[in-house]
Design a protein around this ligand. Structure first.
Ligand SMILES: C=CC1=C(C)c2cc3[nH]c(cc4nc(cc5[nH]c(cc1n2)c(C)c5CCC(=O)O)C(CCC(=O)O)=C4C)c(C)c3C=C
Ligand SMILES: [Fe+2]
Ligand SMILES: [Fe+2]
Length: 375
């Protein structure tokens, strides 16, 4: 059988259906001409940005924003590398899982992107064709937000409950893992590598500036756990580093005129320079591979600005092909499979609790559906 875009691992032996690990993420345009479609799908997502007359307005907003974002993808080399890295991570993880948890082998990683191919609907069709009977929805966002993992789960629920993945598929969910020791170790090693670029005498004064995608205050104020969970990741990394350096967590990439979580990363750099802190490591903490926010905003915009301000700045590498990180993905999944066979149930305790201010009916239906193992 020809390999599809969505599937990553070798085909399972005849007769044995694979344990599917569905790697959920937003995706990014692999080539510059795919930018408008990516933005149109993003602005059409009611779970991310609910806007009036969405069907009508989304294509208009996308078209208006396309030239600016196309330029950014051009400047980072012609597209988002997220699919390439997700494939590498998924293949590595599935291979390790066959050794770590042979009871559920063969394992097969599938990519389900929200805004570009392979979209969830295409992945669902591939899983059905493969005869999948057991599937794990594995978010690739370490920290939970309704606008990211929540949106991906809502889409998977729509496809799964419509029978697009097949009948009687047994589902469970890995919904967050922002303090997993393997993830924390991988981030910490990349910070240590960036710190080593400073002279030994300066190193302990370097400020670690953790930067995560911001969130509209309207989302924060309805009780979204993302800010708390990103903070927990930062705290765990600092513990692992033995609090070797001073640090702050700041927020980047806000879009549009509404209020977003601050302080903004660019403003923080200016403030640090004003206060005489002229050595900085920028640390992406809420995304696991490179994207325009690391390659364009951090590396081109902010690093350039920092140099003008007289700051020596280095960026901690994204996790990308890190073997420590790929091992962490496999460990998280293997532990989940072990807990599941020991009777832990399909979802975590935290999974069932909706944001206190959530009014999105799909979120409630989705959580009930996954808590029943996809029934
Ligand atoms: C954990 C990460 C992210 C959260 C939380 C998040 C929330 C969020 N984003 C928007 C609007 C946009 N995001 C855009 C791009 C984009 N967003 C993230 C991550 C998170 N977003 C990434 C990694 C990317 C880049 C993808 C890439 O391939 O490089 C965009 C498109 C780009 C742009 O127009 O600036 C928009 C728009 C909202 C409204 C939101 C929370 C509600
Ligand atoms: Fe975003
Ligand atoms: Fe919700």
């Amino acid at each position: 059988m020809a390999r599809s875009f969505a599937s990553l691992h070798k085909s399972p032996p005849a007769g044995k259906s694979p344990t599917a690990i569905v790697m959920m993420n937003m995706g990014g345009p692999a080539t510059v001409p795919e930018t408008e479609e990516f933005l149109k799908n993003l602005f059409s997502d009611r779970d991310l940005i609910p806007i009036p007359f969405q069907r009508f307005l989304a294509p208009i907003l996308a078209r208006r924003r396309t030239p600016q974002i196309e330029k950014q993808y051009t400047d980072i080399g012609g597209g988002s590398p997220i699919l390439r890295y997700t494939k590498i991570q998924g293949e590595g993880m599935a291979k390790l899982l066959d050794e770590l948890h042979p009871e559920t082998a063969p394992h097969k990683a599938y990519v389900a992107f929200r805004y570009v191919r392979p979209l969830t609907e295409e992945t669902a069709r591939q899983m059905k064709a493969d005869g999948v009977k057991r599937a794990i929805a594995f978010t690739q966002y370490p920290q939970y937000s309704c606008s990211t993992t929540g949106s991906s789960l809502n889409e998977l629920f729509r496809r799964g409950s419509a029978g697009d993945v097949g009948q009687n598929v047994e589902w469970s969910v890995i919904d967050r893992w922002g303090t997993h020791p393997g993830f924390i170790e991988a981030v910490s090693q990349n910070i240590e590598a960036a710190l080593s670029k400073f002279s030994a005498s300066d190193r302990k004064d370097v400020v670690l500036l953790f930067s995560a995608h911001s969130l509209p205050m309207s989302v924060v104020n309805r009780g979204d756990p993302y800010i708390l969970e990103v903070s927990a990741s930062v705290s765990a990394v600092m513990d692992r580093l033995g609090h070797s350096n001073p640090y702050r967590l700041v927020w980047q990439s806000q879009v549009g005129p509404s209020a977003w979580m601050g302080m903004q990363t660019g403003e923080a750099l200016k403030g640090l320079a004003r206060l005489g802190n002229k050595k900085v490591v920028l640390v992406p903490i809420a995304f696991t591979s490179d994207h325009i926010e690391t390659l364009y905003e951090l590396d081109l915009e902010y690093a350039e600005e920092a140099r003008h301000l007289g700051i020596e700045v280095h960026r901690a590498a994204s996790l990308n092909e890190s073997p420590v990180f790929i091992r962490a993905l496999a460990d998280i999944t293997a532990q989940h499979l072990r807990d599941y066979s020991a009777g832990s149930g399909p979802v975590s305790t935290q999974f069932g609790l909706r944001c206190p201010g959530c009014t999105n009916i799909t979120c409630g239906q989705q959580k009930t559906w996954f808590a029943r193992g996809g029934r």
